[in-house]
Ligand binder design. Structure first.
Ligand SMILES: Nc1ncnc2c1ncn2[C@@H]1O[C@H](COP(=O)(O)OP(=O)(O)O)[C@@H](O)[C@H]1O
Ligand SMILES: N[C@@H](CC(=O)OP(=O)(O)O)C(=O)O
Length: 454
């Protein structure tokens, strides 16, 4: 039995949804269908989730919401017309949206989450109705009544252990289950969404709950590539990749699959296959516990921007027991998580994601580091990117860091930080954002050009 998740691009239009139906028809073991909200139909298009965020902001600012609401409703209308469905479903969707907008706005995050989630929820209702109309007996499943219980973190909820037991009963249904991605409910019945791109997480939770043989994740590319196809022209396709390689790559920029989506399936060893809705006969990329060995030590190279560095120096820092702990505690008290902490004798840098900072937080942190830890210097630097090289084969391959550093030096860019993960499946370089793509291309040439393979 398979759980299939269809991403925003796969359900962006009537044409795409017809392809989804054909994929489900082609294989009766595809019993669970998790859907995203309609995504981009072309490069400059806007995802329904983004339209919904704009709509909720307009409502919060007490602006006229009608134009924004119509933009959302029209996306569904266009789909329904293209699928020869009657207008009933559009009425259901519009009424649902108006109801969500009329709800209490005191808890802003709850209000926004509730509107955001309507993108997937209404699409699941529409797709289940369409499937049934073409003879694919289907049932829309509401995550609340199915028991997808999550914790109380707005916009970044995580499932609770009991969600698995609750959802496992869905495997007894005879119809195809059409399940909206991206959100669940707290035990108190409050709707919470996952992180952006979180329908991948719903698919994985469902796959683990029903003990699927395979979790198929349908998107708009034939496979996971060794580098972002938007930066590298026709990168090499990855046939198989391990969970830990994929997690490292997703976290560091491979946006094709959410990094948190591997946890539920990883525990049970359920394989994941990334496939293309537009070319379903292509084999795709399999994500597995162990993979066949390849000649290349590196499986993928990725880059992600949006990092800041907190630099702290203090003479004899190396002799001061507890300095690192106190520094990290200051960050913890500001609700900030960090990525790396490369250090020297008398200095330490903390690399963190910039979105967590505000000018006020920065000032408080600097003051506390100077006054409480008596550092001689403490300052933030911004606009960094992390370039990450990942591969199971790296841990017994000598000279790889030197090859990577030499390749980066050929670009003339400065390396601000180097960090080798303890698991030795990843090697990260902190560089200025402006050099990111140039470095990515040079590293790709180094590790994936025919000459490099030998
Ligand atoms: N290494 C990579 N391999 C494949 N796709 C990648 C990679 N890095 C980034 N992408 C991008 O991820 C996109 C698919 O993810 P996403 O837009 O979230 O799709 P979906 O709408 O199916 O959720 C691809 O179109 C591609 O541009
Ligand atoms: N629609 C949500 C959740 C999601 O997973 O979407 P997509 O499959 O288009 O990445 C978002 O845009 O974040």
């Amino acid at each position: 039995m398979k759980v299939c998740k269809f991403g925003g691009t796969s359900v962006a239009s009537a044409e795409q949804i017809k392809k989804v139906a054909a994929i489900i028809k082609a294989d009766p073991s595809r019993k669970f269908v998790v859907v995203s909200a309609p995504g981009k139909r072309f490069d400059t298009d806007t995802k329904v989730t983004d339209l919904l965020i704009e709509l909720s902001n307009a409502a919060l600012q007490k602006k006229d919401i009608n134009e924004k609401l119509q933009l959302v409703v029209n996306r569904y209308k266009e789909i329904a017309i293209g699928l020869n469905m009657d207008g009933k479903i559009c009425k259901v969707i519009e009424d649902d949206l108006r109801l969500r907008i009329s709800q209490d706005q005191t808890e802003v995050e709850l209000f926004v989450d509730n509107i955001k989630a309507s993108g997937e929820d209404n699409n699941a209702k529409l797709i289940a109705t369409y499937f049934t109309s073409i003879g694919l007996r289907s049932q829309y499943i509401d995550p609340k009544s199915a028991g997808l219980v999550v914790n109380d973190l707005p916009e970044r909820a995580q499932e609770l252990p009991e969600a698995y037991d609750n959802l496992s009963t869905l495997k007894n249904l005879s119809e195809i289950v059409v399940f909206p991605g991206f959100f669940g409910y707290t035990k108190e019945g409050v709707l919470r969404t996952f992180d952006r791109g979180g329908s991948d997480i719903t698919g994985s939770i469902l796959a683990a709950a029903v003990r699927a043989d395979l979790y198929e994740n349908f998107t708009d590319v034939d496979s996971v590539f060794t580098a972002n196809p938007r930066v590298i022209n026709s990168p090499v396709e990855i046939e198989e990749i391990t969970y830990r390689e994929m997690r490292e790559l997703s976290y560091a920029g491979f946006s094709v699959f959410h990094d948190e989506a591997l946890r539920p399936v990883f525990k049970l060893g359920i394989p994941v296959c990334i496939k293309n809705t537009n070319n379903p006969s292509a084999p795709g990329t399999r994500i597995v516990s162990e993979r066949k060995k390849t000649k290349r030590p590196v499986t993928g190279i990725t880059a992600d921007s949006g990092f800041s560095i907190l630099y702290v120096s203090k003479y004899l820092m190396n002799r001061e027991i507890g300095f690192g702990r106190k520094l990290l505690q200051i960050l913890e008290e500001e609700d900030i998580s960090y990525e790396h902490t490369p250090s020297g004798l008398d200095d330490i840098s903390v690399i963190l994601r910039s979105y967590q900072l505000t000018p006020e937080k920065e000032e408080r942190i600097i003051n506390r580091v100077l006054n409480e830890l008596h550092a001689e210097d403490a300052h933030f630097r911004h606009d960094f990117s992390m370039i990450v090289i990942v591969g199971e084969g790296m841990n017994n391959s000598t000279g790889l860091a030197a090859r990577a550093a030499t390749a980066i030096s050929r670009t003339g860019a400065n390396i601000e930080m180097i960090n080798q993960g303890s698991s030795e499946v990843s090697l990260s370089f902190g560089v200025h954002k402006s050099n990111e793509n140039m470095i990515l291309r040079e590293l790709y040439k180094e590790f994936f050009s025919a000459v490099a393979v030998g």
